[in-house]
Design a protein around this ligand. Sequence first.
Ligand code: AMP
Length: 183
Amino acid sequence: MRLVLVGPPGAGKGTQATVLSEKLGVPHISTGDLFRAHISNQTELGREVQEYLDSGELVPDAVTNEMVRERLAQPDAKDGFLLDGFPRNVAQAGVLGEILAREEHKIDNVLEFRIDEDIVVERLLARGRTDDKEDVIRHRQQLYRSETAPLLDYYDSIVVSINAVGDVNEISERALRALRGEK
Ligand code: AMP
């Protein structure tokens, strides 16, 4: 299964991605995690992207798309994957479509996490990552609305939406049910 997770920052995508990747038997590919690994390993890419992550800006598409292209070419992603944090805008979705089309593949489903913004701000402030300061959080949310939410129209026919408020197990059950086409 080739799955994309979409939802505002703090909706719990990362946590659910870990659970769902295990249950679905596909690798969890998080562009945020990949960038953070580059930063902590002090690679050239890491130095290049650090200020974007710190300020909550999107890393330029060219850099992001190339990193994803390389990751998707790894053998473990051949038969499926769960993308968390990518695509983040419609241009990235176009590139993803092209990468997959070359292998005659496509995205099966987009799983949308629905949650109220005020709940997520509280959660993120509690998480305390370096980009979890209130002004940066607000900026990331604004970018979600302007850049990322349009993906829900772009992928319209394959979007499956779930309520992302609840405990971790409850939400993964909801996600698996929704992906099976059940209510
Ligand atoms: P995340 O872990 O998904 O919250 O991402 C953390 C940060 O990594 C974002 O605020 C961006 O700076 C950067 N980032 C992650 N994924 C992308 C992407 N697909 N395009 C551009 N920047 C990204």
